[in-house]
Design a protein around this ligand. Structure first.
Ligand code: MBD
Ligand code: FE
Length: 283
């Protein structure tokens, strides 16, 4: 039998090192590909904002050394992906999706892994025997801006388990647990049979957790299901869907909740079901 307790031993180092390695593996572009004038402009303005903050708040050497120490620890804990995706990515997403007319997206976060098991029409999410959590049937349709179904659109889904842990970023969970992809049918319709995830707490033992504790913030994201929806000739949407009533919908540490991303959850006996459609912008 699977020992579900084991997961509670997940540590910052487990998720951080994995997220850093995964990002480095997929990352091709570097500053060498960016126009030097653009690099200079952005670096100069970011540094000016830091200088202004130091002057405005009369930062001491003790505070400067605390910052230096903390930045070193972010790297040692492998938490740069976590830090950036929690506190910076939402503005990058906002800027880059402002011209979309179709469905809203939101941040990707640090735990996406390409290449999950693929299904035709209906996905039976990979899960363990006795996987904890309320069964959830998640179905929908993918359409274009004119309301025409997009045949064979691809949907990907990944989410935390009912204890708030992601496969591949916490020990003791099968590789593709609660990760899969579906090729929609002729009418763009798709189904994922999964379980409801738990809210996610940022590791408290790493550098990001230390910042949260030192600042008196909280470490929680509301429960969420990550998805990507795509089709040839259309712009890919990266989204997260949320559950009504979650206490952290209004104060997500990663600022990634939007009203359009709230699911309508229906009871279905002992299970739950929901319908969520995507409208894709042309590429
Ligand atoms: C997550 O699960 C997540 O989705 C984000 C954005 C940041 C940290 C953990
Ligand atoms: Fe997440």
């Amino acid at each position: 039998m699977t020992d579900f307790q084991e997961e509670t031993t997940a540590r910052a180092a487990d998720s951080g090192a994995g997220a850093t390695a995964a990002f480095k593996a997929k990352q091709q572009a570097g500053v060498a590909d960016t126009d030097p004038e653009r690099v200079s402009l952005l670096a100069t303005e970011v540094l000016s904002a830091v200088h202004d903050t130091i002057r405005k708040h009369q930062v001491t050497y003790a505070e400067y050394d605390a910052l230096k120490n903390w930045l070193i620890q972010v790297g040692e804990d492998g938490e740069w992906p976590l830090f950036l995706d929690v506190w910076v990515e939402h503005v990058v997403e906002e800027v880059n999706s402002a011209d979309r007319k179709g469905s809203k997206g939101t941040i990707e976060g640090p735990y996406y892994v390409p290449g999950a098991p693929e299904f035709q029409g209906t996905a039976q999410m990979p899960m363990r025997d006795g996987e904890p959590g309320t069964p959830l049937r998640f179905e929908g349709q993918v359409r274009d801006l004119d309301g025409k179904p997009i045949p064979h659109a691809k949907l990907e889904m990944w989410h935390a388990d009912a204890q708030g842990f992601y496969s591949q970023y916490a020990p003791g969970i099968p590789e593709w647990n609660l990760r899969s992809a579906v090729v929609a049918d002729e009418e763009g319709r798709y189904v994922f049979n999964t379980v409801r995830p738990a809210p996610y707490q940022i590791p408290t033992d790493g550098a990001c957790g230390k910042l949260i504790a030192a600042a008196g913030w909280h470490a929680w994201r509301p429960a969420h299901i990550h998805m990507k929806a795509s089709a040839p000739g259309y712009r890919l949407i990266t989204a997260q869907l949320y559950f009504p009533g979650d206490e952290h919908n209004a104060d997500d540490v990663a600022s990634a909740v939007k009203p359009e991303l709230m699911l309508d959850i229906q009871k279905d006996g002992d299970a739950e079901k929901t319908v969520y459609d995507y409208v894709l912008d042309p590429a």
